[in-house]
Design a protein around this ligand. Structure first.
Ligand code: T3D
Length: 256
């Protein structure tokens, strides 16, 4: 079995991290497989992506057995293995859903937070495990968690290493929805299919715009909106959206 599996259902690509015996901890093969899957996700026919884990874990970050001898050059590993996949998720101009089926710990928690939205099984847990072994948040964890939760709560959580239940994560706004564990795959597929039916280029530009908004001034953001709105009016889906409204019928967006 491959460390990462992909499957297509219409315009939805599902990426499954597949090292269930170690709750899908990262090793080199998993990084490589995820990179290949995220490349596959760039295909124009893919209009929504789901990332999930096989078995009872989502992803528990670095495989700690690789630290047994010595940590090695962690900085290089982060730059070479982790960062490209985090950047690839943010660069995808389509929605990426983390379907968190179980423990999301360390860099696995960062991976979930790099996605555009998170839905969780009621058995899922979120663990900023770094501090529990004397490390600091990496793989974008400090960046995304601060933006999702705000700096005060981010510090309280990331510095404590506390395990958060799915219900707590929902109350904090870390996940948008909690469903029964058995229902997670079908709910993720349903949500992804709904997102895939939207005007994908508009969704992609919205994603880019919101990423930019985090650090932009109002003037910069107004200008970015004007530029991307100009691009949005040039899409086929804009024409279709207006035509459907005027003809009083549901739109049929093609993602073009
Ligand atoms: O090297 C670099 O590039 C640096 C990058 C670092 C980034 C990081 O991600 S650092 C943080 C690494 N992750 C952790 O520290 C998490 C460690 N795991 C846990 O704290 C717990 O497993 C969980 C809280 C996540 C889940 O607990 P629980 O009780 O549900 O499961 P468990 O029994 O602890 O784990 C099940 C199995 O998975 C177990 O193996 P076994 O006993 O059945 O043979 C356990 O050892 C294994 N496992 C869990 N996490 C890891 C792991 N094996 C290797 N690496 C792991 N990270």
């Amino acid at each position: 079995m491959a460390e990462v599996e992909t499957s297509r259902d219409g315009a939805v690509l599902t990426i499954t991290l597949n090292r269930p015996d170690v709750l899908n901890a990262f090793n080199s093969e998993l990084h490589r497989g995820l990179a290949a899957a995220l490349k596959e996700a760039r295909d124009g026919g893919v209009r929504a992506v789901v990332i999930t884990g096989a078995g009872r874990g989502f992803c528990v970050g670095q495989d700690l057995t690789e630290f047994r001898e010595a940590p090695g050059d962690i900085g290089s590993r982060l730059r070479g293995n982790y960062h490209p996949n985090i950047r690839a998720i943010r660069a995808l101009e389509k929605p990426v859903i983390a379907a968190v089926n179980g423990a999301a710990a360390g860099a696995g928690m960062s991976l979930a937070c790099a996605c555009d939205l998170r839905i969780a099984a009621d058995s899922a847990t979120f663990v900023p495990a770094f501090i529990n072994i004397g490390l600091i948040p990496d793989s974008g964890g400090s960046y995304f968690v601060t933006r999702i939760l705000g700096p005060a709560r981010a510090f309280e959580w990331l510095a404590s290493g506390r395990r958060l239940t799915a219900v707590e994560a929902h109350a904090w706004g870390l996940v948008s929805e909690v469903v029964q564990t058995d229902a997670l795959p079908s709910r993720a597929a349903e949500l992804a299919a709904q997102l895939a039916d939207l005007p994908t280029r508009g969704v992609g530009m919205t994603k880019r715009l919101l990423d930019h908004a985090v650090t932009a001034t109002l003037e910069e953001q107004l200008e970015r909106e004007a530029q991307l709105q100009t691009a949005a009016t040039q899409t086929e889906d804009f024409k279709e959206g207006v035509a459907a409204f005027l003809e009083k019928r549901p739109p049929r967006f093609r993602g073009a």
